[in-house]
Design a protein. Sequence first.
Length: 151
Amino acid sequence: MNRTGALRLAIAAGFIAAAICPFRSAHATNGECEEIRMALNPIYQQLIAALDRHLYSRDVNMKIDAETDTWAQFQFRDMADRHDKMIVNLIREYNDGDPVAIRKCNAVVYQADCEAFRVYKQAVFDLPGMASRRGDIQAEEAKRCAQARGD
């Protein structure tokens, strides 16, 4: 390859790199929101584990049926997907260090926590064995949802 051919190849490679590069970095990134996003999975894992204890309980008064468990699992899956996408959109929208992004990402996690606990409450609240714990469940729901509202 002669000098002119090498120059043309280098110019062509430069144009291709310039054409591709903007698409790879077309959105902002936010490391703080990425870390906050990691808090979503433990919310659901904790409540799914609690539901599993009710599903496989030997105590008839504490046992949920398979339909209730399936319903709750689908609710958790839908919530996890929706809240994850909300945070991903915030990550793309805001740059690192933006306090608005951090506040909004935390708000999504608090909202997810409130909504997920409400699903758990709906699944177990009326179980006969939960009669003594109903006050605790309502207090926990109030605490989680107050945090979501910013109280």
